[in-house]
Design a protein around this ligand. Structure first.
Ligand code: SF4
Length: 453
């Protein structure tokens, strides 16, 4: 998962991009980067680390210009290295001329890279974003096509998830894959600057005059003359009749204050909680979320059943998201750094614990142990998604299928492994009832029905 941001025609481009990237820090914490155009050249800064570390005010002095595109990354394809950090740049004879950032993974990366390499295209990283950029630049520089036309050609051939922004010295191009896997929103600020971000929460802080979602397969050109959009028919580029937005954006990834895929994330989470409470009559004193992504689910659950909602676990916000840490050893240690139970809170209480999903099962097992050690009586775990059984190939770092606990264990075996008194998952049918247009979503990590392979 990654977050992207772009801003066009603003003398404070790097400063505002820093704010936008900071608002999207939850989407990736391994590295971040920014490319800024001053009309003569495109300057690049990308480093391992958080936005507030990499883009300290004194560093922004070197990033003057009025077009900026940026990225926060957690690694999916390619390791955690500065080479794989984004944006990627392509220099032509006249200097660095193209920069691109993207969110998503490509399913035919290896094949597409081989084709480009056979034509003499050089790759500096193993990151999907570089492939998108090199494909487009090859079409423009070698075949003489326009950039929007090159993006169309790329969309015909390159398969997978990409919500992207490309900057040249004069223009900015915003485009999204034909399935619309990852969110992408753009808008206009009061002074006429055009902004784009993975999530609406990153635009809200700049008080845009308007904002709307980029459509699947749409290509938006932003130039000194304004905005022109190419609304491609996604059916020309994909094999499914409907969009395939990632349902996990609503369950876990996106911030609850974002509006994505034409829905309020927090409302979907509340609805999931209500649906989880349907036909659930387990007795308990309290409903407790595993913070933060499950907060609204637990609220919805408690409200539906008329039970008390309490924040019994406190999360240390200065530790990264457990799921996002790429190595198992780091992931295990951070569980204890990340959560702590309230003192003298759980003693003798029977609780309903709500979490958004179970991936490997190791994190929730430790959380349950922690709550039991704090004196809880019964712990009934409720999960706001169906069992995760399959890996994601569209930009989420789920482990291999073999590592997913629900791939090899039945629900009661999972309950026993994590040591919960009872365990209930949201059903697929309930999950589909939580969104307005269920036919427009990808559920492949639950049912193995991959829209594109
Ligand atoms: S496989 Fe799962 S995580 Fe990946 S895009 Fe589909 S719903 Fe999202």
């Amino acid at each position: 998962m990654c977050g992207i941001f772009g801003i066009y025609n603003n003398t404070r481009a790097a400063e505002l991009a820093t704010l936008g990237l900071f608002a999207e820090q939850h989407r990736g914490q391994e590295s971040c980067g920014m490319a800024v155009n001053d009309g003569i050249t495109i300057k690049l800064r990308k480093k391992m680390g958080l936005v507030k570390e990499v883009f300290r005010p004194e560093k922004l002095i070197d990033l003057q210009g009025d077009i900026a595109i940026g990225h926060v990354r957690y690694p999916t394809r390619g390791g955690a290295s500065e080479y794989n950090a984004q944006p990627h740049l392509v220099e032509t004879l006249s200097g660095p001329s193209y920069a691109l950032t993207s969110n998503g993974d490509l399913v035919n990366y290896a094949e597409a890279r081989e084709v480009l390499e056979s034509k003499g295209v050089y790759f500096a990283s193993t990151n999907d974003g570089e492939l998108l950029l090199k494909y487009i630049v090859y079409e423009v520089e070698k075949r003489g096509t326009s950039i929007p036309e090159a993006i169309c050609r790329m969309m015909k051939y390159v398969k997978g998830a990409f919500s992207s922004v490309l900057a040249t010295k004069e223009e900015m191009f915003i485009f999204r894959d034909p399935y619309g896997f990852r969110p992408l929103t753009y808008g206009e600020l009061e002074n006429g600057s055009i902004v784009v971000a993975s999530e609406s929460c990153a635009l809200d802080i700049l008080f845009p005059r308007w904002q709307k979602e980029v459509l699947p397969a749409e290509i938006i050109t932003v130039s000194r003359n304004g905005i022109t959009t190419m609304k491609n028919d996604p059916m020309e580029y994909r094999s499914t009749a409907n969009d395939r937005h990632c349902i996990f954006e609503h369950i876990y990834f996106s911030r609850p204050d974002s509006y994505i895929f034409d829905e309020n994330v927090y409302l979907i989470r509340q609805r999931i909680g209500c649906l989880l409470a349907e036909d659930d009559d387990v007795k308990a004193d309290l409903v407790i979320p595993v913070p933060d992504s499950s907060n609204f689910m637990a609220m919805g659950y408690a409200k539906k059943r008329g039970l008390h909602f309490e924040l019994g676990l406190i999360r240390n916000h200065y530790v990264g998201r457990t799921f996002i840490k790429p190595e198992q050893t780091i992931r295990d240690e951070t569980v204890y750094q990340k959560f702590n139970p309230l003192p003298n809170f759980f003693q003798g209480k029977s609780i309903i614990l709500v979490d958004d999903s179970i991936v490997r099962g190791t994190t929730i097992r430790k959380i349950i142990k922690m709550i039991r050690n704090a004196g809880a009586g019964e712990i009934h775990l409720r999960i706001g998604s169906p069992p995760v059984k399959y890996s994601c190939y569209y930009g989420i770092d789920t482990p291999t299928s073999e590592e997913l606990i629900a791939n090899s264990k039945e629900i009661d075996e999972i309950r026993s492994y994590i040591n919960a008194d009872s365990l209930k998952y949201l059903s697929m049918e309930q999950l589909k009832r939580a969104v307005s247009k269920p036919e427009d979503y990808c559920y492949a990590c639950f049912n193995g029905d991959y829209p594109v392979r």
